[in-house]
Design a protein around this ligand. Structure first.
Ligand SMILES: [Zn+2]
Length: 475
């Protein structure tokens, strides 16, 4: 036994390793560098580790030990919109939710991550404020094609662009020609090019102007979710995805990715593209799998996101596509804002769905939200591992060190009680603006501890989120 080098030992009757689809009893030994050095297939007692301090040996009983959640679609908004979210509050929410790695999207911070200089600005803002590991994507906007390779060299994990107005002025959308230019730059670089896949039929940009409520319309109508839903039909996603697949075919050395798929109508063309060998991946979000349009009440602008949450039959189709592997993984797309931008300071009947900020906050609750739904469908912990950690880690080329419990991998874990329930009360929310459609919902899966590279960053029995940030920047 390499006694001197062991920093932490975890033992449980339920550990999920790649060798079994069901959790098994086991013991995990973690070294001083925060790596898993051995995995024993039996529970251990402190007596066999008496060279350790008691605090270095954790018998978590029946609680499940799984790889920490790797949520690779998160908007932390710092610098520039830190009143919406920030590295500190966002990563504390992550830690409280069993998330051990997040990847920050290039937009909603000011400046956006579209140049190396802007990335450096973001890195400076993040230093010393991260409770979990944090990486960054770059953005593709009109005119920054020459910044893409330098951004890859500076450590971005991929690129995101919009084919429709993004919601913020400093991150304009791109047209087909600009998309092609970006693909040319990214050829052979083993990066991933990600699309917000909504686009108007005519390929003309939807601007704030023509998204605005027609003044002649009954004002009440614009305050209903259905009015908003009709303004972002599935056809916008289908248009965008058809274009993306067409171009992706021409650039087979670039990995193409569709973020936050909402419409199930696109599943057939995605399936076909994948079967033709186009290097295409697809994600969906907790809210598309676990919420539906039918449950959105008057004034519940906290349910608004783009593309929108669609109807119940659509939700069922998304689940099928997730289970058959057409959808590769699930992310939060945590995209917070201040309460006034959701008009939550107004009466319910006065909250305009068309003008409210489109984004859902859920970073802290992804695992319980998905599990609450998945367990009803007979899914196992290995499904959660695949959708939340393994496939997301692979996507950002961290599959050789994160997303699975294997010797040599980072000791990133969520330790949780899947049979226990809790209520999403406002005062347990760690993210900055405590606005979420999951408020008051009862969820299965209580997070007990979150461990990042062998450091306990969240411990429900010990005050929750620890006092010092232990996260690293993945650059
Ligand atoms: Zn997003």
């Amino acid at each position: 036994m390499m006694s001197r080098n062991i920093k932490l030992v975890l033992t449980s009757s339920r550990i999920l390793t790649p060798t079994s689809i069901e959790p098994r009893p086991g013991t995990i030994e973690i070294d001083n560098d925060g790596h898993i050095v051995s995995i024993l297939s039996n529970k251990s007692s402190f007596e066999s580790y008496n060279f350790l301090d008691k605090s270095q040996f954790l018998d978590v009983g029946e609680n499940v030990i799984m790889p920490g959640v790797v949520d690779i679609h998160v908007h932390l908004n710092e610098p520039g919109r830190t009143h919406w979210e920030g590295f500190e509050t966002g990563t504390k929410a992550a830690a409280a939710g069993g998330v051990t790695t997040v990847i920050d999207m290039p937009l909603n911070s000011i400046p956006p991550t579209t140049t190396v200089e802007n990335l450096e600005h973001k890195i400076e803002s993040a230093k010393g404020k991260c409770w979990v590991d944090v990486g960054f994507y770059g953005g593709v906007i009109p005119g920054n094609h020459n910044d893409l390779i330098p951004l890859i060299d500076s450590g971005v994990k991929g690129f995101k662009c919009f084919l429709i107005e993004s919601g913020v002025d400093e991150f304009p959308c791109v047209n087909e020609q600009q998309v092609r230019l970006a693909y040319e730059k990214l050829q052979g670089k083993n990066s991933v090019f990600m699309f917000h896949a909504e686009m108007e039929d005519s390929q003309k940009e939807i601007t704030n102007e023509n998204m605005r409520v027609d003044k002649d319309l009954d004002n009440m109508q614009s305050n209903l979710f259905t009015k908003f839903l009709n303004s972002r039909p599935s056809s916008l996603e289908l248009n965008a995805i058809s274009l993306i697949i067409r171009i992706a075919k021409e650039f087979p050395t670039v990995r193409t990715h569709i973020v936050h798929l909402s419409t199930a109508q696109a599943i057939d063309i995605i399936c076909k593209a994948k079967s033709e060998g186009i290097p295409l991946t697809v994600e969906t979000c907790f809210h598309y799998l676990c919420l539906n349009a039918e449950e959105v009440q008057l004034g519940r602008t906290d349910f608004k996101c783009c593309p929108p949450i669609r109807d119940e039959s659509n939700r069922e189709e998304l689940w099928k596509a997730l289970l058959d592997g057409t959808i590769d993984y699930v992310v939060s797309d945590h995209s917070p804002c201040t309460a006034d931008l959701k008009f939550l300071d107004k009466k319910t009947e006065d909250r305009d769905f068309l003008k409210a900020w489109g984004g859902i906050s859920s970073l802290q609750f992804g695992l319980p939200v998905l599990w609450t739904e998945a367990r009803k469908r007979g899914c196992g912990f290995h499904h959660l591992n695949t959708w939340l950690s393994k496939n997301t880690s692979k996507q950002i080329k961290l599959g050789n060190r994160k997303g699975e419990i294997k010797v040599g991998y980072d000791a990133d874990f969520v330790i949780w009680a899947p049979e226990e329930t809790f209520t999403v009360l406002n005062d347990i929310i760690q993210f900055k603006n405590k606005v979420t459609p999951y408020e008051d919902k009862v969820l299965y899966g209580v997070i007990k501890k979150t461990i990042v590279r062998g450091n306990i960053v969240y411990d429900v029995e010990n005050g929750g989120v620890v006092d010092k940030p232990k996260g690293e920047l993945l650059i």
